[in-house]
Design a protein around this ligand. Structure first.
Ligand SMILES: [Zn+2]
Ligand SMILES: [Zn+2]
Length: 293
């Protein structure tokens, strides 16, 4: 059983508690492994954020520019400047070295999906020896909708319109077939904004898109620790992924060692409740089904 969504650096300014951004001492990686193993997770896919790596600037560009919401564009320009302090090269080397030492780790990446730049991103990532690429939507134009500082934008956009916009992009991501796993598939709910009724049409269409795109989806426990207080995806969405034959991974979205592998039993219970008995494991971006135990 693995944890297929793990970050080696937290967001925000470095507070001195872990290694500085872009540094990967082996004892830091080992600390993640120890926490995961103690919780019964036997392989960890590290999945650093692509947008946080300096190498991504030339490829992802300034996606916030051109959004008429100048307040959001200014916020995002500043946010990305402060967050983009990691090195893809150093990260890849650190995880490859950890694998070579025999640690039960995989080289992954959390890739930010923007329809306009996805082809260039795929080309950029091709030379690296990734085991698994997870992909996610965190921005709608200049709006980082899952950031607490920007939650007020739900009032201006409207919750209905925000969900429509989010699922439109997420369906494009799922259908693209470029990546292996959809990360936190309904993360639009993270800050607690929900619709009176679950958007079942979006759920159905997203599950079909993932199935056609050959993508898996993660069952992520991260939402349990956010205002929404529930896992991603919602049970009704996960049930549709299962019905359309979309495989799952189990994920914590840890940003600290002590978060690695947390709440796994709840994730497995949710997966079982909609019918899953297997999960997908990856090596060199090739998947194989293994029992959900
Ligand atoms: Zn994410
Ligand atoms: Zn993440």
């Amino acid at each position: 059983m693995g944890d297929y969504h793990v970050h080696l650096h937290p967001h925000g300014p470095h507070d001195g508690s872990g290694p500085p951004p872009g540094h990967y001492p082996i004892d830091h990686i080992e600390a993640y492994v120890e926490h995961a193993v103690a919780r019964g997770a036997d392989e960890i896919a590290f999945t650093e954020h692509l947008y946080r790596c300096v190498e991504s600037e030339a490829i992802l560009g300034h996606w916030w520019e051109g959004d008429p919401r100048k307040d959001l564009a200014a916020y995002t320009a500043s946010y990305v400047r402060s967050e983009r302090v990691l090195s893809l090269e150093k990260y890849v080397q650190a995880v490859v070295d950890a694998k070579d030492r025999g640690l039960p780790v995989l080289l992954g990446l959390e890739v930010d999906f923007f329809p306009d730049t996805v082809d260039a991103v795929v080309e950029m990532l091709a030379p690296y020896p990734f085991d698994v690429l997870i992909a996610s939507t965190h921005w709608l134009g200049a709006w980082g909708f899952d950031l607490h500082d920007l939650v007020h934008e739900f009032d201006r956009t409207g919750v209905d319109a925000a969900y429509d916009e989010y699922f439109a992009v997420e369906k494009q991501l799922a259908a693209s077939g470029h990546f292996d796993v959809l990360a936190h598939a309904d993360v639009i709910k993270k800050q607690g904004q929900t619709l009176p009724e679950p958007p079942l049409d979006h759920y159905e269409e997203l599950a079909i898109a993932a199935s056609r795109g050959g993508m898996a989806v993660e069952v992520s426990t991260a939402g349990l620790h956010q205002p929404i207080g529930e896992m991603y995806p919602a049970p009704a969405l996960l049930e549709r992924f299962h019905r359309h034959g979309v495989p799952i991974t189990i994920a914590s979205d840890a940003h600290f060692p002590q978060q690695c592998g947390r709440d796994r039993d709840e994730a497995i219970a949710l997966a079982r409740s909609v019918g899953y008995t297997e999960r997908i494991a990856f090596r060199n971006r090739v998947g194989r089904m293994v029992p959900l135990t």
